[in-house]
Design a protein around this ligand. Structure first.
Ligand SMILES: [Zn+2]
Ligand SMILES: [Zn+2]
Length: 378
């Protein structure tokens, strides 16, 4: 079928919103009518060619939600009409990483995700002239419809508007997972969150819900302070170890880096108390290297990575949706702009400028039920 989608043809050039061909779902795949999609900094990295070569042409978009329209053979967990959120790590549950419980490190999901293909190594997307298109992070939801791996369509509990559910599958699951699955923050522990964009604000919210205190938010842009404080940060400071240590003298129990730059990863290390661990959540462009003062390993400090919340998206997405329905987690307030598919390049430019938090792209006004906000379109 023909659908409208936002296509990355060449890094550094604007995405082109155009008609592309979408093939029907094969075995263990699902066709979803996309309601809404969030625009994430990783989309900027893709669009700017920062994630390596041969990652185009591609339909971008990897956090979103919609309604199942058709299922391929062997799909039993959803039926047409079900509301689903996308998981861009559709863990196979059969490889050695999955069997060891490291579901976000699933080997076939990782391998095919990097190639821009679905789990069987092929694409359902092409240009009208037959040129194959890659599926952005196995999701490709800057599009009216998409075909995803069965495990990439996670059924959601009722009651959550789909424009909010669209946020769950990247920023929310990543930020909450870092706090809950990786750092396992306990009540009363101190936390520093470096970078208060879409994902960083979710880390702040997760730390608040975990009972952390103080929660020191760090950003180079003071305009982000208000959002972070509203979301549960107790302090907001500029990016220097001195500023963080002015709040938590001996260093923090947990530091989260949510930027993906060498100097902020170093800062996460510098603000730790002895024995504490920094969690790097931010996605760094290829080629970035980090240096640490090696003598300081004597302080028992640690640093580790986290991908996609390091949990189980099939369980975490519905749990986070429930947290939103119950009112503990407010997703509305991180959305600063609502637009339509034609507003995608403006949304990417806002992220490049570090302006605002999340933009929601509404693909289907009726399904998304989004409010009207600045950003044009919907
Ligand atoms: Zn993302
Ligand atoms: Zn696997």
């Amino acid at each position: 079928m023909r659908i409208r989608a936002a296509v990355l043809h060449e890094p550094g050039e604007p995405l082109v919103v155009e008609e592309v061909e979408l093939d029907p779902p094969k075995e263990r795949e699902v066709l979803v009518r996309v309601a809404a999609a969030g625009v994430c900094h990783s989309d900027v990295h893709f669009a700017d060619g920062a994630l390596g070569k041969r990652r185009w042409p591609m339909v971008l978009g990897h956090e979103g939600a919609g309604v199942v329209e058709a299922v391929g053979e062997g799909v039993t967990h959803v039926v047409p009409g079900d509301a689903v959120g996308f998981s861009f790590v559709p863990s196979c549950r059969e490889c050695s990483a999955c069997l060891a419980g490291r579901l976000t490190q699933c080997e076939p999901a990782g391998r095919n995700g990097v190639r821009g293909m679905l789990m069987d190594g092929t694409s359902r997307l092409s240009l009208p002239d037959g040129t194959a298109l890659q599926h952005g992070l196995m999701t490709a939801c800057f599009a009216e419809r998409t075909v995803v791996a069965a495990n990439g369509a996670v059924p959601l509990p009722p009651g959550l508007p789909l424009w909010q559910a669209a946020l769950l599958g990247c920023g929310v699951v990543t930020g909450f997972g870092a706090v809950r699955n990786v750092a396992r923050v306990q009540p009363g522990e101190s936390v520093c969150v470096i970078g208060c964009g879409g994902v960083g604000l979710q880390v702040v919210a997760a730390a608040r819900i975990a009972g952390a205190s103080p929660i020191v938010a760090v950003d180079r842009d003071p305009a982000k302070f208000e959002l972070a404080l509203h979301r549960g940060a107790t302090h907001a400071v500029d990016p220097s170890a001195e500023s963080v240590r002015a709040v938590v003298g001996g260093g923090v129990d947990h530091a989260f880096e949510v930027v993906g730059r060498a100097e902020t990863i170093r800062l996460a290390w510098d603000v730790l108390r002895p024995g504490a661990t920094a969690v790097v959540v931010g996605l760094a462009p290829k080629g970035v290297e980090v240096s640490l003062p090696a003598i300081e390993f004597l302080s028992d400090r640690g640093i580790r990575g986290s991908y996609y919340g390091s949990g189980d998206a099939a369980a975490d997405l519905p749990a986070l949706a429930q947290l939103t329905v119950s009112g503990e987690l407010d997703l509305d307030e991180v959305v600063t702009h609502v637009t339509d598919l034609d507003g995608i390049n403006d949304a990417l430019d806002r992220l490049r400028r570090g302006e605002g938090a999340r933009t929601i792209v509404v693909l289907d006004t009726g399904l998304a039920r989004a409010p009207t906000r600045n950003g044009g379109g919907a």
